[in-house]
Design a protein around this ligand. Structure first.
Ligand code: FHN
Length: 420
């Protein structure tokens, strides 16, 4: 039984369109909300008397249920509690600058109104609504960008799609039939009927060819030239770099911006079996760490079968938002640390400022920054505005911290300098 999905290992850079879309908004965004929601969310990992710990969005593959049984989940999909405004407000309150939602995951079920499959939650389920439409309206109203996750390779529902090898013999599959009949037409719908699409989050290219990947890229470019494409399209294509799930690079060396992708517990889709949610402290540390490498932190939520985001995730997102309200200056629009790793935390920077994210204040209440050539104008704690002392010492700077640091999870010291 799979407890973890095979991951995309393609972090190599081959080449990209030189005239691709601008990535500036993405580079500056730093924090996004990922949403994995589908018909399997109803089960919470408990189905037909079995418990499926871990990735519940893989329920069909893991159970190797028949198509009739799994797709039967559409007959009961009626999440009356779904409220697009609620999701979007939470993302906004948390300080997320973009949302990525599963328009179609590997099971092949469209979470939007499609004419190119019988399996969608609009005409194919009692729900009868189009959640992607409702989200696109809510996101536009709130001024937050919306992107769609679209599983371009794995489609367990389509006989020619990738992945379903327990019902369809791979030898008899013609991937191009699936791509022409379903994937491209559905992308057409997503890029035509839902306003501006910030990005298409393609996932796990499997053994799809360069030609197939290029066709997806060209199609997105043609429909919405500003829409970004994730590197999980494969073959070194894509406008930004995804690392493996839950991976933060030691150093990010590509000129493409990157995104570090984390589930909140051990599943992307909703699970009732796992309350091991990362604490706010852990999440704030990941946020600072990823920003110090120059990337975006994409944090997942898995709404349940009634469309509700688990309370634990709601609370953590709100707490991140409160932290962002006072410390956002040290995250948004910043770039990677120019310094060697420091033992007390991480560093971000922008023109004219360096931000010291103090994750563990030493008992000595003094931290060392390995750079002596900063011409410091002012040093202060972002949360309180309290001025701090800075002393030039051999090889760097010493910054004095107060005994009562404002936030034990991450107190940010801003160093404003004259070199920007
Ligand atoms: O197989 C998927 C998985 O279900 C989930 O969507 C993650 C999110 O990054 N992507 C794949 C595994 O890498």
């Amino acid at each position: 039984v799979l407890a973890q999905a095979p991951e995309d290992g393609d972090v190599s850079i081959v080449q990209n369109d030189s005239d691709g879309p601008s990535v500036e908004w993405f580079r500056d965004a730093k924090f996004g909300m990922f949403v994995h929601w589908g018909v399997s969310s109803q089960t919470g990992g408990q189905w037909r008397g079995e418990n499926y710990y871990g990735i519940t969005e893989w329920l069909w593959r893991r159970s190797e249920a028949s198509r009739e049984d799994y797709l039967g989940l559409l007959d009961t999909f009626d999440p009356q509690g779904f409220d697009a405004d609620e999701w979007v407000s939470l993302a906004k309150e948390a300080g997320a600058k973009y949302i990525v939602v599963t328009a179609k995951h590997h099971d092949g079920v469209a979470m939007f109104d499609t004419d190119f499959s019988d399996y969608d939650v609009t005409d194919g389920a009692p729900f009868g609504r189009d959640p992607m439409k409702e989200l696109s309206i809510a996101a536009e109203k709130e001024g937050i960008r919306l992107g769609f996750y679209y599983s371009q390779f794995q489609d367990w529902e389509h006989p020619d799609g990738g992945g379903n090898e327990w019902e369809y013999d791979p030898a008899g599959k013609d991937f191009s039939v699936y791509q022409q009949e379903k994937a491209i037409p559905q992308l057409d719908e997503l890029l035509t009927n839902y306003g501006d699409v910030a990005l298409i989050w393609f996932d796990t290219p499997g053994d799809s060819t360069l030609e197939s990947a290029r066709q997806f890229v060209d199609f997105v470019r043609e429909r919405q030239p500003d829409t970004l494409i994730s590197s999980r399209i494969g073959h070194g294509l894509g406008d930004y770099q995804n690392y493996r799930d839950s991976e933060i690079p030691v150093v990010h060396e590509s000129s493409r911006p990157f995104e570090a992708i984390f589930p909140h517990n051990e599943s992307w889709g909703y699970t009732a079996l796992d309350t091991n949610f990362k604490s706010t402290t852990e999440l704030l540390h990941i946020l600072a760490d990823v920003a110090s490498k120059g990337g975006n932190f994409l944090l997942n939520v898995g709404p349940d079968g009634n469309g509700k985001i688990p309370e634990a995730s709601v609370n953590r997102f709100r707490e991140i938002g409160k932290w962002m309200d006072v410390n956002g200056e040290s995250i948004y629009g910043t770039s990677a640390s120019p310094f060697a790793p420091v033992p007390w935390g991480t560093v971000t920077q922008r023109d004219g400022a360096v931000y010291l994210h103090v994750l563990e204040a030493p008992a000595s209440r003094e931290i060392f920054l390995p750079s002596g050539d900063l011409n410091i104008r002012q040093a202060k704690l972002l949360a309180t505005g309290k001025r701090l002392s800075v002393t030039t010492v051999e090889g760097g700077l010493k910054i004095g911290l107060p005994d009562d640091m404002p936030d034990s999870r991450n107190s940010v010291v801003a160093l404003y300098h004259n070199d920007g």
